[in-house]
Write a protein that binds this ligand. Sequence first.
Ligand code: NI
Length: 257
Amino acid sequence: MSNIFESHAHYEDEAFDEDREALIASLVPNGIEYVVNVGSNVETCHKTVKLTDKYDFFYGALGIHPSEIAGVTHKELEWIAHETGHNPKIAAVGEIGLDYYWDKDNKEQQKDFFARQIAMAKELHKPVIVHSREAAKDTYDVMCAEKAGECTGVVHCFSYHKEEAAKYLNMGFYIGIGGAATFKNNNKTREVIAYAPIDRILLETDCPYLAPVPHRGKRNSSLNLPIIARCIADIKKMPYDMVVSSTYDNARRMYNI
Ligand code: NI
């Protein structure tokens, strides 16, 4: 059986406070070989660094999520840049991007933070983890203006149509696929899975969020990744092991791990 690469998780989240150690200890015996823990604000970035210090198989990404930009100082961004540049366990800048579902009133500020963090990633030669919700056009425009193709990365939890996927793939980006692909009415994401080449797809949970069917609505964890790999295998009419091994290779290539 091939091993699985979890490309996007939030194990610092309070949803894991009760049993974090036991759950993390169960990952490797269940075939999860690597985890990238993703920060979204200054506090979760610090916690991400701690998790990567504690667990050999944990790597991290540091960045400010578009819904978390209020009050973030220049000094804090400098700390993120310094840590990302000097800590060998920090593999990417993220998650960064645009979210017009939660916040529509600060679009210019969101774009500014997104652009600055892409520039940071390029300077540090790290990939970016992009969060984009109801902001397809502006996300793509900022990425083009900042020449994000030079650092590449992943558009995580991809939620747009395959026409959009084509544009990010052409820019050299990967497509992150998680539990939403199993949701009943989500033919849009299943079309993206059918369309995207298997060597450009990453497996992710975004846990504790977005548990796949039949666990929808419950706390998610990397232990559910086989459900997502099975879903991709069925859509692409491909052996399960090939999905697992390709997504594993893709994540190691993208994160340079
Ligand atoms: Ni996330």
